[in-house]
Write a protein that binds this ligand. Structure first.
Ligand code: 3HC
Length: 311
């Protein structure tokens, strides 16, 4: 009966067992996962644009090769996540349509412009650093395909963060102009990176249920705090100042206190009013439309060679 199925599902969640695609699951569990995994995938794909803008302008062949590898990785992360979403009965073409029509979200962080090459380093250090803080716990998410996708994503994210930090160390050892570029990029990306973790727990409609279902293992504020605590010593080692005068170690709490996030800016960017929202979505639409012939050719080839073993 429905009650027995629900009781069995709840018992598996309580025992921290994985839920697999063929297992019975409450409709709300499925729809929350589709929402979160699809938006996570959209974020990876949209996230290729800000750094992709610097591929043709990287200052050296080495930097170009590293950046190319990172941008390709993000495409792969999107692929793993769309594949994980499809185990829940949705289709990636439909999810892409929802993204393009603004019916599904992607991370606010990618609606900020990358003004100098130092932004590429700061994105690696802070944005991928925040992503690591958020994605490591997701390796223990209760839904099997999502958790398994995260294991590989996290391995690649640590390369992303390390290459960004190394790029910044090099620039900080460079000219005063390079050091100024790095500080300027830190000033522009610090607060938007804190917004990646979502609204405060008190304003998060999904956190409580997602924690109960083991989809999230930590709350938005817990992960944001962890990220701040991780970033402060890294900023000191780099020789940059984080743009928050209220940032201070609180020995009683054993954490850093930090200033108020501008949630009005967060809401504006999430609802489409950021600096790059229109550009990011229209470029995604253009890529989808211009790439239609590739999809059609691949489908025609597959149909022609169905069952011949060639492919
Ligand atoms: N940007 C855009 N929308 C956001 C957001 C952000 N930074 N933070 C929250 N939101 C949205 C939520 O999606 C939700 O809207 P919805 O119900 O329409 O989906 C609403 O704001 C309320 O937020 P909640 O906290 O209640 O929502 P969640 O429980 O889903 O928590 C989240 C938000 C922490 C982002 C969670 O969805 C999550 O952990 N997602 C997986 C990780 C992810 O998507 N990371 C995005 C970064 S991309 C990335 O890491 C790529 C790397 O290579 C840089």
């Amino acid at each position: 009966t429905g009650q027995e199925l629900t009781a069995d599902f709840d018992a598996r969640i309580a025992a921290h067992q994985r839920i697999e695609p063929r297992d019975w699951m409450p409709e709300g569990y499925r729809s929350t996962l589709v929402r979160q995994i699809a938006q996570h995938a959209h974020s990876e794909i949209i996230g290729m644009q800000p750094e992709g803008d610097w591929l043709t302008r990287a200052p050296s062949l080495r930097r170009k090769a590293i950046l190319l590898a990172k941008v390709q990785d993000e495409a792969g992360h999107g692929l793993y996540l769309y594949a994980a979403a499809e185990t829940l009965g949705v289709d990636r073409a439909d999810l892409t349509q929802r993204l393009i029509e603004g019916r599904q979200k992607y991370s606010s962080i990618f609606n900020y412009p990358t003004l100098t090459f130092a932004d590429v380093g700061v994105i690696g250090w802070l944005v991928d650093g925040a992503a690591i803080c958020n994605q490591v716990p997701l390796c223990r998410s209760s839904f099997g395909p999502y958790a398994r996708a995260m294991v590989r994503v996290c391995k690649e994210e640590s390369f992303h963060q390390r290459q960004g930090y190394e790029l910044l160390l090099q620039m900080m050892a460079g000219t005063p102009a390079q050091r100024t570029m790095v500080q300027d990029a830190v000033d522009r990306w610090w607060w938007p990176s804190l917004m990646m973790f979502g609204p405060p727990d008190a304003d998060s409609p999904n956190t409580r249920q997602s924690m109960a279902w083991g989809i999230k293992r930590d709350t938005n504020d817990e992960l944001r705090q962890k990220f701040v605590d991780m970033s402060v010593p890294q900023a000191v080692a780099l020789g940059v100042t984080l743009p928050d005068p209220d940032l201070a170690w609180n020995a009683e709490r054993g954490h850093h206190d930090f200033g108020a996030v501008d949630w009005a800016e967060f809401k504006r960017v999430v609802s489409g009013g950021g600096q790059c929202n229109a550009e990011r979505v229209s470029r995604r639409r253009a890529a989808h439309e211009e790439g239609a012939w590739v999809r059609e050719a691949a489908a025609a080839y597959a149909a022609k060679h169905q069952g011949t073993g060639q492919g």
